[in-house]
Design a protein around this ligand. Structure first.
Ligand code: 13P
Length: 250
């Protein structure tokens, strides 16, 4: 059985004060969350602070990105060893905002995936199609290309300790959630594609859904056989809403 995972991607939001309040709220409600892994991914500058707040709790820490290099002359970057050093367990790689706004290619994302793994961070590899791609009928082609770039660099065995997040770009921050059926269809495709390389790895990997997940639609999404939790943006900034989502997974 795959243990669900719900991860909050805080994106470019928060201050020390607002984060203190948010984490306080999460800690208060965690006892009502069942058998699910929970993680939060703060902006880099707050990770260490949040680590202190989470001490002794069951909420794990993740980063929103990781540099493909481990050290050296890469101004502005944050490396895998640094993220381990400040207590991260997960690193999101290939988020659609990184791909589209900052021009990250499939190959760069694959290198970031590798950097996370070699530093003991579980990569959360984001994949997903734009509205144009969905309407053009190439959703599976796009998702396959994004996954194949990582397979080519790292091989199927690397997916044994990784997480995939299917995030249709048209559903991110738009209020338009993929229907549970639409999401399940792509999740099943992703698992099937990995099964073509290794059935055991495919059966074990957690595939999260992301894109306008809220307290009100989480249970229905998580009820689908290939949806193993969620990667949550906006709703992860509101403690009660995020906790409702966590409860729906557990
Ligand atoms: P929203 O939940 O705000 O749609 O964001 C999803 C997302 O991009 C999580 O990484």
């Amino acid at each position: 059985m795959r243990k669900p995972l719900v991860a909050g991607n805080w994106k470019l939001n928060g201050t020390r004060a607002s984060i203190d309040e948010l984490v306080q709220g999460l800690l208060q409600g965690m006892s009502q969350v069942g058998e699910t892994d929970v993680a939060v991914c703060p902006p880099f500058v707050y990770i260490d602070h949040v680590r202190g707040l989470l001490e002794g709790s069951r909420i794990d820490l993740g980063s929103q990105d990781v540099c493909e290099e481990d050290k050296g002359a890469f101004t502005g970057e944050v490396s895998g060893p640094m993220l381990r050093d400040v207590g991260c367990s997960y690193a999101i790689v290939g988020h659609s905002e990184r791909r589209s706004i900052y021009g990250e290619s499939d190959e760069l994302v694959a290198r970031k995936f590798a950097a996370a793994r070699r530093n003991g961070l579980t990569p959360i590899l984001c994949v997903g199609e734009t509205l144009e791609e969905r309407e053009g009928g190439i959703t599976e082609e796009v998702v396959a290309r994004q996954i194949d770039a990582v397979l080519a660099l790292e091989g199927i065995a690397a997916f044994a300790d990784a997480v995939i997040a299917y995030e249709p770009v048209w559903a991110i921050g738009t209020g338009k959630t993929a229907s549970p059926e639409q999401a399940q269809e792509v999740h099943e495709f992703i698992r099937g594609r990995l099964a073509g390389h290794d059935e055991g790895v495919a059966a074990g990997i957690r595939i999260l859904y992301g894109g306008s997940v809220k307290g009100g639609n989480a249970a229905e999404l998580f009820g689908k056989p290939d949806i193993d939790g969620g990667l949550i943006g906006g709703a992860s900034l509101v403690a009660d809403e995020f906790l409702t989502i966590c409860k729906a997974a557990g």
